[in-house]
Design a binder for this molecule. Sequence first.
Ligand code: ATP
Length: 226
Amino acid sequence: MIQLEGVTVRKGDTLILDAISVTLTERRIGIIGANGSGKSTFARLLNGLERPTTGTVRVDGQPTDRKSPLGKVGFVFQNPDNQIVMPLVDEDLAFGLRKSGLSKFEIGARVRSHLDRFGLTHLSERRTHELSGGEKQLVALIGVLVMEPAIIVLDEPTTLLDLRNRRILVSFLDRLDQTLIVVSHDLELMASMDRLIWIDERRIRGDGDAGDIVRAYREAIATEPC
Ligand SMILES: Nc1ncnc2c1ncn2[C@@H]1O[C@H](COP(=O)(O)OP(=O)(O)OP(=O)(O)O)[C@@H](O)[C@H]1O
């Protein structure tokens, strides 16, 4: 469970999130909203990448200003190039586990089992810089999965993908057991979530059934002056 209480984020004189209080317990939660509304900042609060200026963020009861909850929450960046650091796919997937206490053999086995599970074994010896955008996005996601976090936050996971790779990624997400928190402008994906939160101008404007929130969001955009 993730709880935000009275969370405000301010950078200098700019207020980025204003008095956000919300408890997240559903398995698949979407976050929508206009460009610059504060979605990525909200997502980054959930694993401690961003600290609240005021208020608290707790993961399973523990504030994210302590070290331990961070391992519980994996974060998949919008741009996989920000996440992929090693020249070969299998080396990259092993990279995050090097301080896990697992042996080299155990790390290799874990990486292979995650690649097998998602039918991506053929990528294991590929050079990461030669992968397509979609392949990179999947490798970045597997790089988080091998760490076995209980919660995964994905920031715009389908933005760089063509329709086929989008379908692959969505079916990939469907097969995950973890709690997922997905920031996206992809309203079809968002409508399939268990709960949807709409962030507008730094505050939560809508929160509830995904279909209802997508409809309200579409209506608001259709009637706003350009
Ligand atoms: N370090 C910073 N200093 C000043 N303003 C910032 C800083 N970081 C973010 N912002 C501003 O805060 C606002 C919210 O940013 P955020 O990235 O959370 O938006 P977003 O909803 O994810 O947008 P998008 O859909 O475009 O990715 C934006 O106006 C952004 O310019």
